[in-house]
Write a protein that binds this ligand. Structure first.
Ligand code: GLC
Length: 474
């Protein structure tokens, strides 16, 4: 599968060595060079956080629609692009002749209704939004950080940017939200003691290019690279850094060379030394890689963060319902799988224009929060063990994580039997085995090179069950 950002960059950054000992101490002042940026140590808060909530909210949330014909993300395929399931790509899709989004737009709004005519509707509806309610929902879902789209490809900003868009045809009221959504959410998220990060689309800004993207080759050719755009993006991201001090600077697609990406990152680290940057700035430095709707098979030494929607889209798609949304058991298995391999999950929520989180998404957030409140010990602040993946003789799938001397073996799904005989593990002296959610010690025995655990009579919780092997990983 092709990633829109470019697989080569992801692979290159994933092969980079972990920080050297001297680099781990960080620097006093970062310079716009690779060597200096690479000396930035991965902050412990980010390595241990494991779960973040991504939010795609913008003008596209007003129509909130995308076709469902392509369940798999096949970014290079022209038919996929024409039927893009990413609802935040509405402006691109509505410009493709004969696309379902174009037909939807004409049917619901009329051929003369411009995309930026959604701005007054978004401004009116988003007045109903309550940032504290969101922050509480994300906190209760178990997230330790939040990342908001401050500007998506459409170019509309969720803060009152003072950088003037040089395109004279864009009236003031269509350039940015009336509320300072970035500022209000940042404050609310911090009140809930989570970290606040900002997404910015540096590689695409559809107020600057001719578009639309209709085929894979266009992904590259529509990137604005003019000096005017480079200066604009540079000024806007500095506004974000200086005003909001985001804990993550999550850039998308690429960064214009005219906008000095290394200078941006150096300035960011100097302002927020324990902040992190992703791998989409078009340079060979990143604190983490950012696979999108992609599974990694093994433990990656380089920190990574998987991003995906609860459904098939990042932005709100009113056509999605139960069948398109990840099932709670699969969501929990996904999180456990990612964490066992050194990743974080950046799970995206697509709110409606008035800030309502669709009920089908709310349900997943609640299930996740309930599971984590019982089992978070096996997730937060853990590190990968020697192996990520295991099996039981009874046929269960296992994922391993470690914290100090304790090993956690999570059974994905309901155990198939009353025992879990974990392959290639042995009983160790002094080890004590329990299931999280139940303090009763469990009987264990070694059986043919495997470790057999007698499971509790009544399983606590649901979806996935964690065996804690205290003292195993000495
Ligand atoms: C992609 C998409 C975009 C989404 C993002 C999230 O590159 O273009 O719509 O915001 O990545 O990872």
């Amino acid at each position: 599968m092709i990633h829109r950002v470019g697989l080569s960059l992801i692979l290159a950054t994933s092969l980079m060595p972990l920080c050297s000992a001297s680099a781990a101490q960080g620097q006093e002042k970062y310079e716009p060079t690779l060597a200096s940026l690479d000396s930035h140590p991965l902050p412990q808060w980010y390595a241990g956080a494991k779960l973040g909530i991504f939010i795609h909210w913008g003008l596209y949330s007003v129509p909130g629609w995308a076709p469902l014909s392509h369940p798999e993300h096949d970014f290079a395929n022209a038919d996929y692009i024409k039927n893009d399931p990413y609802a935040e790509w509405y402006l691109n899709a509505m410009r493709i002749p004969g696309s379902p989004t174009q037909a939807y737009h004409i049917e619901h709004y009329g051929a003369d209704f411009r995309y930026y005519d959604f701005a007054p509707i978004f401004n009116r509806e988003s007045k109903k939004w309550n940032p504290d309610a969101w922050a509480k929902i994300f906190h209760d879902a178990g997230a330790r950080y939040v990342v908001l789209t401050s500007k998506h490809h459409e170019g509309f900003t969720l803060w009152p940017s003072t950088t003037v868009n040089p395109n004279p045809s864009i009236p003031l009221n269509e350039r940015h939200a009336e509320r300072d959504i970035v500022g209000e959410l940042t404050a609310a998220v911090r009140r809930e003691e989570m970290k606040m990060g900002l997404y910015y689309s540096g590689g695409y800004d559809w107020t600057f290019d001719s578009g639309p993207i209709e085929a894979a080759a266009d992904y590259q050719s529509v990137k604005p690279e003019s000096q005017a755009y480079g200066d604009y993006a540079f000024a806007q991201i500095h506004e974000l850094i200086n005003r909001y001090h985001p804990a993550l600077l999550w850039n998308d697609i690429d960064w214009p060379k005219t906008g000095r990406p290394m200078q941006v990152e150096a300035d960011y680290y100097n302002a927020v030394p324990d902040g992190v940057v992703d791998d989409r700035f078009g340079i060979q430095h990143a604190d983490f890689t950012s696979p999108e709707y992609q599974k990694l098979e093994k433990i990656e030494p380089k920190k990574w963060e998987e991003c995906r929607g609860l459904g098939r889209s990042f932005g709100y798609n009113r056509a999605e319902g139960e069948p398109e949304t990840i099932a709670p058991a699969d969501l929990i298995a996904l999180l456990v799988d990612i964490v066992s391999k050194n990743g974080n999950l950046l799970l995206d929520v697509g709110p409606e224009d008035d800030g309502t989180i669709p009920p089908v998404q709310m349900e997943r957030l609640k299930a996740l929060g309930a599971w984590l409140s019982q089992n978070g010990e096996a997730i937060y602040d853990t590190v990968p063990w020697e192996r990520a993946v295991g099996k039981t003789v009874e046929g269960d799938d296992l994922r391993f994580t470690r914290k100090g001397n304790d090993l956690y073996a999570t059974i994905l799904g309901t155990p198939k039997a009353r025992t879990a005989t974990m392959e290639s593990l042995t009983a160790r002296p002094g080890m004590q085995v329990t299931m999280l959610g139940d303090a009763t010690p469990l009987n264990t025995k070694s059986a043919g090179g495997n470790l057999q655990v007698a499971l509790p009579e009544h399983l606590p919780g649901n979806y996935a069950y964690v065996l804690k092997l205290a003292g195993y990983a000495q």
